[in-house]
Design a protein around this ligand. Structure first.
Ligand SMILES: C[S@@+](CC[C@H](N)C(=O)[O-])C[C@H]1O[C@@H](n2cnc3c(N)ncnc32)[C@H](O)[C@@H]1O
Length: 257
């Protein structure tokens, strides 16, 4: 039995239902079908199908990023991500970099299940409001559980391309692995929204490599091309050589404040 961080026990062997299949793989598929439905199982099968051309996988699986992330979010995604120590190292490094800028308030666009917000809460004073938005209801549902009991964190369901906040609403606005998951027009809209609602700084953890669900952008170059100041930009010193080479962390600003 595996207990995930929400205290939910995930059976690793068939034993609970008289109709349950006998192999572990079949058991997982059967459980996924019962709990998340046929679309989820089809989505997972397409994600894992070996040998599928990335462009074809993008067409079939990633035509609608919001639908993709709504299916992708949930306890299984949480367990997969939390099972990657290199990812945790990277997010700790990012949270430390952001905390070193001493933000007075933070908005995270595309907060997922709240991994970065949780680490920021540990590093920033209780008087620093933290807000997370995401367009995936399933990610937000897990975030609400993952962040339960932590004070000063607000979550909202919203698109990064149309943020429900006034101009200059936050001292620092962050994206972590979000812009890269959006096609160019939407990616551009998110960056413009980040600059609009940030009064001082924008921080980005956005990889530059391309896959079926990644578009890969040089975010620091976007700011430089618009003559906006870039305080720091470079690879993230975590993970293997390939991960480091594809990574980029940048902080842009300060501007209005
Ligand atoms: C790879 S996860 C990263 C989550 C979190 N930022 C982190 O670093 O742990 C990408 C998240 O961005 C969200 N997302 C992607 N595009 C978005 C958009 N246009 N508007 C709002 N959320 C978006 C997805 O729903 C997903 O939760």
């Amino acid at each position: 039995m595996i207990a995930n961080p929400h205290g939910m026990v995930e059976p690793s062997a068939p034993a609970m239902h008289p109709c349950a299949p006998t192999s572990t793989r079949a058991w997982r598929a059967w459980r996924a079908l019962r709990t998340r439905g046929a679309r989820y199982v089809w989505h997972k099968t397409l994600r894992r199908l070996p040998g599928l051309d990335p462009l074809r996988r993008r067409q079939w699986l990633y035509a609608d990023p919001r639908a993709y992330w709504t299916l992708r979010g949930g306890d299984e995604y949480f367990s997969e991500q939390e099972g990657q120590p290199a990812r945790t190292d990277r997010i700790i490094w990012i949270a430390d970099r952001i905390a070193s800028r001493q933000p007075r308030s933070v908005l995270e666009v595309g907060c997922g299940y709240g991994k970065v917000l949780r680490l920021l809460r540990e590093r920033l004073g209780p008087d620093v409001p933290l807000v997370g938005v995401d367009f995936s209801a399933s990610q937000l549902e897990v975030a609400r559980r993952h962040l339960a009991g932590l004070s000063g964190i607000t979550l909202a369901h919203a698109s990064g391309a149309r943020l429900p906040f006034p101009d200059d609403a936050f001292d620092l606005v962050l994206t972590s692995a979000v812009i890269l998951h959006n096609p160019p027009v939407v990616a551009d809209a998110i960056r413009r929204e980040v600059v609009r609602v940030s009064s001082r700084l924008a921080a980005h953890n956005e990889d530059t490599d391309v896959s079926y669900n990644r578009f890969g952008y040089d975010t620091a170059a976007w700011y430089r091309d618009r003559a906006l100041p870039v305080l720091e930009s470079g690879p993230i010193p975590c993970g293997d050589a390939a991960a480091r080479a594809a990574s980029q962390f940048c902080v842009a600003g300060p501007w209005r404040a």
